[in-house]
Each structure stands twice: as structure tokens, then as C-alpha cells.
Design a protein around this ligand. Structure first.
Ligand code: BGC
Length: 379
């Protein structure tokens, strides 16, 4: 009798122990899963709403997915130095794990970059640099060289059209989205230097040409302002020879203005920047004759990866692995390609051999590099 009671009690005790163990386990699991450290957060700050930046965003998101971190992408609607910097400041206050910024005004961004670094948040620049700041690296286009290439192509095309002749006058206008961002200033300087160099070195010209520079006209990355500026330039100078679209907005604005002004496609030598859904139609319609394709997908993708490596390996180690020539070099050049509707090859008066890719060739290149061509407006 007694032993039956004992064994019943024993069974009850065992059941109780098992139940407590199971419930305890579940509670502990729930508790620890709640305590799991929050995802690392990286922030990428761009310059304006444009398909160009959507491609950067795609790179940011892809890197975030691959690394299992939160990768936030933010842009103001148009050039907005104050909004960029107050956004950066609020992410510094949130103690994010790393920041990449394309500063519309490098001077204004410098104290914010220092502030983040002082708080142990790594900062790099993408798309446009702030070399006088303490940013850890710049990841993007070599803009002086890219502008220079645009100038060589413009000269070649103007020559093919018969506009470049001894004693002639040519009018060159530059439309841009910023007069403070370094990428804009460097592109325009490279473009101008290339054309001036060609005019001196071209054996048919030897400096015997009058080049009238118009602008730069600043639309502050606002497409409406860009169109209005382009229209007013064409009204004042219907004999414009070369139009340069310094930013992604600008080529399409020139193209629209040329159409509205009734100027036939190809009469003005329009050279754009970027290959996006906004920049491809002006090429296909014949208004734009070439464009400089940036590889902005990698600015977003490698930007997040580099910041992540800094968190995991330490800043020096990450930079050493990532940036060729670091520490004397803090620049990772993502590269550019010259693109047109057809393949071209020529030797510029400066002696450089230039290859222009057709849209089809560029599309296959994008595929090889792992960039979805539909992101670039190439379907
Ligand atoms: C530039 C960016 C700019 C974008 C849109 C690109 O060519 O690299 O800095 O924000 O155009 O205007």
C-alpha cells in the first residue's frame, strides 16, 4: 500500500520535474532570443532622387542581405546640403555601425565626418569625395579622368561633324547639379582641360580655334530647373556646338530642351553622364551622342561591405585588404565606360586610344559584372 503511494508520488514528482524543465527551457529560449544582439546598422546617404541613385540603393540592399545586416539608404529629393547633414547627424546620435556619404558640399560635411569618427563610427565617401576631411576612404568614380574622357569624345564627335575647323568658333555649354560637390567640379575641369588640350594638340587645328565657354549652369539636381536652364541657353545660343550634361539629370534635360526648341537630333553634340532609364532614351533617339557610364552599383555594394569589414576586422585591416596602395592611397576607383548607340574606336589628339562601347556591349558587360541590366534601363 505504502509503496504504491510512494511510487505515485515519485511519478508525480518526475512529471513535475519534466514539465518544469520543458517550460523553463521554452522560457529561457524565448528570453535569450529576445536578448540576441540587434542587427548591425549601416547607412548610405546619397544626393538626390534619380534612377542613378536607385542603382546605388540596389547595391546597398544586396550587400545588406548578403551580410545579414540592416543597410539603410537615404537621399534628399534634390541637392540639399542641410538635409544631408542633419540626417547624418541623427544617425550619429543613433550610434550606427558605419556611414557612407556622397557630400554635396565637402566643406560643410567635414565637421560631421569628424564627429562620427570621434565617436568611433567609421565614415567613407562614395560618388563624390571630401579629401580634406578625415574620411577613411573614397569609393567611386575618378571624376577628373571621367570628365576628361567626356571632353575627348565631344572633340572627336565635333570633328566628325565638321564643326572643328581652323579659325572656327565653337560654343560649349555645361549644365550641372552642383557647384560645390567635388564630382561636378572635377568633371567640368577634366572636360574643359581635354577640349583645350585637343585644340592645341590636334594637328589640323594647332590652337587656331575660338572656344566660347558657356556656364556652368547650376540646376541643383532639380529636373525642372535643369530643363528651364537648358531651354534658356538654347534660346540665347541656337548655334550651340557642344552640350555637356555633367550629372545624370542634365543629359536628359538637354535632350528635352533640344526637342522642344526644334533642333534636330545630332546637330548639337550632346554628351551625357550615366547609363540609367533616364539617360538611355536620349541616346536611342539620337539627341545624346555618347554618355559616361559610372559603376555606381558598386559604390553602394562595396560601400556597405567595406564598412562591415571595418566593424569586423578593424579599420586598418579592412582598408589594407580593400584599397590597393593603402595607406598612401585612400581611393577605390570604381571605373567608368564610354557608351553610345554604336561601337567606336579612335585616337584622341592627346594620343589616348579610346573605345566607346555600344549599348549592347555595355549590357553584356553589366551582366558579366553581376549588375542586372534592367536596373540601368537596358532591357
Ligand atoms: C552624379 C551624382 C548625382 C547624380 C544625379 C551622377 O552623375 O555622380 O552625384 O547625384 O548624377 O544628378
Amino acid at each position: 500500500m505504502l509503496s504504491k503511494a510512494v511510487s505515485r508520488t515519485l511519478v508525480a514528482v518526475i512529471i513535475a520535474v519534466v514539465v518544469i524543465a520543458v517550460v523553463g527551457g521554452v522560457v529561457a529560449y524565448w528570453y535569450y532570443s529576445q536578448q540576441k544582439p540587434a542587427k548591425l546598422v549601416y547607412v548610405v546617404i546619397g544626393k538626390s532622387v534619380h534612377p542613378y541613385w536607385s542603382v546605388v540603393e540596389a547595391g546597398v540592399k544586396k550587400a545588406g542581405q548578403e551580410l545579414g545586416v540592416e543597410a539603410i539608404f537615404w537621399v534628399p529629393s534634390k541637392e540639399d546640403v542641410a538635409a544631408q547633414l542633419s540626417t547624418m547627424d541623427s544617425y550619429i546620435a543613433q550610434k550606427v555601425a558605419g556611414i557612407a556619404i556622397a557630400p554635396s558640399d565637402p566643406g560643410a560635411a567635414t565637421p560631421y565626418i569628424s564627429k562620427a569618427l570621434q565617436q568611433g563610427i567609421p565614415v567613407i565617401t562614395i560618388d563624390t569625395d571630401a579629401p580634406q576631411s578625415d574620411r577613411l576612404a573614397y569609393l567611386g568614380t575618378g571624376n577628373y579622368k571621367a570628365g576628361w574622357l567626356a571632353g575627348l569624345v565631344a572633340w572627336q564627335l565635333a570633328k566628325e561633324k565638321g564643326y572643328v575647323k581652323p579659325g572656327a568658333t565653337i560654343k560649349v555649354a555645361m549644365l550641372t547639379g552642383s557647384l560645390t560637390a567635388m564630382n561636378s567640379l572635377e568633371r567640368m575641369a577634366g572636360f574643359k582641360d581635354a577640349i583645350m588640350n585637343c585644340s592645341q594638340k590636334d594637328p589640323d587645328i594647332k590652337g587656331n580655334i575660338n572656344i566660347e565657354w558657356l556656364g556652368p549652369y547650376n540646376d541643383q539636381e532639380d529636373p525642372t530647373q535643369a530643363l528651364n536652364l537648358a531651354l534658356s541657353v538654347l534660346q540665347a545660343h541656337p548655334d550651340l556646338t557642344i552640350a555637356f550634361g555633367v550629372y545624370a539629370y542634365d543629359g536628359p534635360a538637354w535632350a528635352k530642351a533640344l526637342k522642344q526648341a526644334g533642333i534636330p537630333p545630332g546637330k548639337v553634340i550632346l554628351v551625357e553622364f550615366d547609363v540609367t532609364s533616364d539617360n538611355v532614351p536620349p541616346l536611342q533617339e539620337g539627341y545624346a551622342l555618347a554618355t559616361i557610364g559610372q559603376r555606381q552599383y558598386f559604390m553602394g555594394y562595396y560601400g556597405v561591405k567595406l564598412l562591415y569589414n571595418m566593424t569586423k576586422l578593424g579599420i586598418e585591416q579592412a582598408l589594407k585588404q580593400f584599397v590597393p596602395g593603402y595607406p598612401s592611397n585612400k581611393i577605390y576607383d570604381t571605373g567608368v565606360d564610354i557608351v553610345s548607340t554604336k561601337h567606336m574606336e579612335f585616337t584622341a589628339p592627346t594620343g589616348e586610344k579610346i573605345t566607346v562601347l555600344s549599348l549592347d556591349e555595355y549590357k553584356s558587360l553589366a551582366q558579366q559584372l553581376g549588375i542586372d541590366p534592367s536596373l540601368l534601363g537596358l532591357s
